[in-house]
Design a protein around this ligand. Structure first.
Ligand code: ACO
Length: 703
């Protein structure tokens, strides 16, 4: 049923255009013209109250007059009429509404948008839009839009939140030679969203790769799930990645969670590739729509020019697939097809003497060799070679190798003849670029996508063995007392309930209690004020460390109390916490936010100056697998410190990854209650010695 509805939007067998116009220049005119020009084979029904005929087609004064069934309607009447038109569509039994009209939530009229969605749903219809250019499909020759023509045919389908960009991409497809099966404008996403379309495109035999231009999601988790279930590559260009929302954050983590970082994490967890800019979106779309993924790390570069070879080597390192020397047997064979002064190491430099035959033989051998996981062929235009002949020899070698499932990308650096040869290669299914770094970037994308998909298969850690009852009781008590945050002791109790190791901490409400508890914990101890009104304890003079004996406890007890009352005379003081003085280790921070788009999201970074000044942190949407946690530890710039920099023993990264995944499971399970958390610092010890959460903070969601 759901699929049928999306079918009606993307592959309708008949279309009514409501607001069809006989006046050139009007969008209602252009849509009819486009449907006719693109040679759409389904029935086209113009609907306009005045005319008898529009552009040679019979016009219907009302939708009801159309004989028989109509599957989809393109709506191009002004916004104020759309709601009534939806009633007419519902009564006619239309399944899909392509609403081009602007003037809804994008101009602040959310109510009108909600009204049309609920009305459409009441008739069992789905909406694409409103505020869109329309939708274009090459295989069915459907241009139900006001973009001028169908894009260059190809195997990629693109969904864009910007209508203007769709029109631009439509035109660029011809100049760049990157073909598309579908261009879909998604506009305000009032109803049908990225997830719906990705799921539909995954089953579309004419689509081999899905490209996205994303401004933002309404429901980020739906997107992640849809992409995770997709077998086809998804490549996203995300705009608007500057930080927002940080000002309102109550925790340290909250202030670091700019939407850009959470989106980065979400795309990675979904298994979606990123494009760095519009050109890169085209480059990567070309590679992913034409080539299989790169299954291993070994990329071999063939070239006739040392310069482009070095550029490729630099790019390989930059994009995460550094070149390795080819094995001896590969070098020996390749040496046969180059002069003595060539190099068979990798890049394989056949020198400027390389002609068609050498290109053919080295490509045939390298593409067929099991060590090579991905082949990049570079060519600089020379006086004695013909680019078209070189292109043909590469294609021939690939065909004759009989190898399937291995990627190849090509770069021809030259003038018009090279451009022509590359256009031919692309038509033959070989992605070709006019610069070596682009061919390498494309190969890196094929590798990255493979690795991303492997990671998606790893199951996130759950909390099935853990008990949330303790946590929920503590939270309920705080809420009953009208508090928006847990105290440090309560926060630690919640952490402990989820199996997170915290520095032992006990509340004392009298000086005598403080003394006996300090003795129980063992000297030295740390003493801290516990008050829901004092979140920044050190600023209030509410923390004393390294207290070595009973006299010290007594003195600290009274000083801390006096300081706290001086800081805030009306503060509600629960008491003073006595905490074990954890041995110093590498300072890290774990925290979380409840992101508006993605929900509970976990953060990790090195503590102290690394987090304060360098903001060296990384995020994941919770829950996460342990392998994602391990990946997080390696992602921060300070990763070498955890690995044991400057002669220090490596830190206990195994324990850290374990705790990080448990933490993510905790904030996911308590996502309905918790807004933000900080475990800061988390002291990490040498391998095998674990870690300890020294300070904890949990801020509750406002309900
Ligand atoms: N049923 C059938 N036809 C109707 C109805 C109805 N209930 N009501 C009006 N019409 C007819 C009108 O008579 C008119 O036909 P005519 O040209 O023969 O007179 C036609 O529908 C269109 O109505 P107009 O009032 O002339 O509206 P106009 O064409 O000027 O604008 C439009 C309508 C295009 C939907 C406009 O309101 C709009 O939203 N424009 C922006 C669309 C847009 O840019 N969307 C994409 C955003 S993405 C990007 O930026 C590229």
């Amino acid at each position: 049923m759901k699929k049928d509805q999306i079918n009606a939007l993307l592959a309708p067998s008949s279309i009514a255009i409501i607001g069809a116009s006989a006046t050139p220049g009007k969008i209602g005119y252009t849509v009819i013209k486009n449907l006719l020009d693109s040679k759409y084979s389904g029935n086209i029904y113009p609907v306009n109250p005045k005319d008898d005929e529009i552009q040679g087609l019979k016009n219907y004064k009302t939708l009801a007059e159309i004989p028989g069934e109509v599957e989809a309607a393109v709506i191009v009447v002004p916004a104020k009429f759309v709601s009534d038109v939806i009633d007419e569509c519902g009564k006619k039994g239309i399944k899909g509404l392509i609403i081009i009209t602007s003037g809804f939530s994008e101009v602040g009229d959310k109510a009108l948008e909600l009204e049309i969605v609920s009305k459409a749903h009441s008739y069992g219809m789905r909406i694409l839009g409103p505020n869109i250019v329309g939708t274009l499909t090459n295989s069915t020759k459907l241009n139900a839009s006001f973009a001028p023509y169908l894009p260059l045919p190809g195997k990629a389908s693109l969904i864009t939140q910007s209508g203007a960009l769709l029109i631009a991409i439509d035109a660029i497809s011809y100049t760049r030679g990157v073909g598309f099966e579908k261009l879909i404008s998604i506009g305000n996403m009032s109803d049908v969203d990225f997830a719906d379309l990705i799921t539909w495109l995954d089953d579309d035999p004419n689509t081999s790769c899905i490209s996205l231009y994303v401004e933002g999601f309404k429901d980020g988790r739906r997107f992640i799930e849809a992409v995770q279930k997709t077998n086809k590559p998804v490549i996203a260009l995300k705009s608007g990645v500057s930080a927002h929302g940080a000002a309102a954050a109550a925790s340290h983590t909250g202030s670091l969670a700019g939407s850009g970082k959470v989106y980065d994490a979400a795309f990675m967890q979904a298994g979606a590739l990123r494009a760095s800019d519009l050109n890169n979106l085209f480059d990567r779309t070309l590679a992913l729509s034409l080539q299989p993924t790169m299954k291993g790390d070994n990329m071999l570069v063939l070239t006739n020019g040392g310069g482009v070879g070095v550029l490729a080597t630099d790019a390989a390192e930059k994009y995460g697939v550094p070149l390795k020397f080819a094995p001896e047997d590969v070098q020996v064979e390749l040496k046969k097809h180059m002069p003595d002064f060539g190099s068979a190491k990798n890049p394989v430099d056949m020198t400027g003497m390389a002609g068609t035959d050498w290109y053919y033989k080295t490509t045939l051998f390298s593409y067929g060799h099991k060590w090579v996981d991905g082949l990049v062929v570079l060519y600089c235009e020379t006086a004695q070679t013909n680019p078209e002949e070189i292109a043909k020899s590469i294609r021939k070698a690939v065909d004759e190798s009989g190898v399937k499932g291995k990627p190849i990308t090509v770069s021809f650096v030259g003038g018009e003849r090279s451009d022509k040869a590359m256009r031919w290669l692309v038509e033959q299914g070989v992605p070709a670029y006019n610069a070596p770094d682009l061919a390498v970037n494309a190969m890196a994308a094929l590798r990255e996508f493979h690795l991303l998909r492997e990671m998606v298969g790893h199951k996130p850690r759950g909390t099935n063995l853990l008990d949330d009852k303790i946590a929920r009781t503590i939270i309920a008590k705080a809420r009953k007392e009208g508090r928006g945050a847990l105290t440090e002791i309560e926060s630690k109790q919640v952490f402990e309930a989820y199996g997170l190791p915290t520095a032992k901490t006990i509340l004392s409400t009298t000086e005598e209690e403080a003394v006996s508890q300090a003795k129980k914990i063992g000297f030295p101890v740390v003493m801290k004020i516990v008050s829901p009104d004092i979140l920044h304890k050190s600023d209030a003079g509410g923390v004393k460390v390294n207290i070595k004996d009973e006299a010290g406890v007594r003195e600290a007890y009274n000083t801390i109390l006096a300081n706290a009352l001086k800081y805030k005379a009306t503060a509600n003081i629960h008491g003073i916490a006595i905490q074990e003085m954890a041995p110093w280790g590498t300072e890290t921070i774990i925290g979380s936010v409840n992101d508006a788009t993605f929900g509970p999201t976990v953060m990790f970074g090195l503590g102290g100056i690394f987090v304060e000044v360098l903001k060296d942190v990384t995020f994941r949407v919770a829950p996460i697998s342990e392998s994602q946690a391990v990946k997080m530890l390696g992602e921060i710039r300070g990763a070498p410190i955890l690995a044991g920099a400057r002669g220090e023993a490596p830190r206990d990264r195994k324990a850290l990854a374990d705790v990080l995944s448990k933490y993510a499971a905790m904030i996911h399970e308590l996502g309905d209650e918790i807004a933000e958390t900080d475990a800061n610092p988390v002291l990490v010890y040498e391998e095998g010695k674990g870690l300890k959460v020294v300070d904890a903070r949990i801020i509750l969601k406002t309900k």
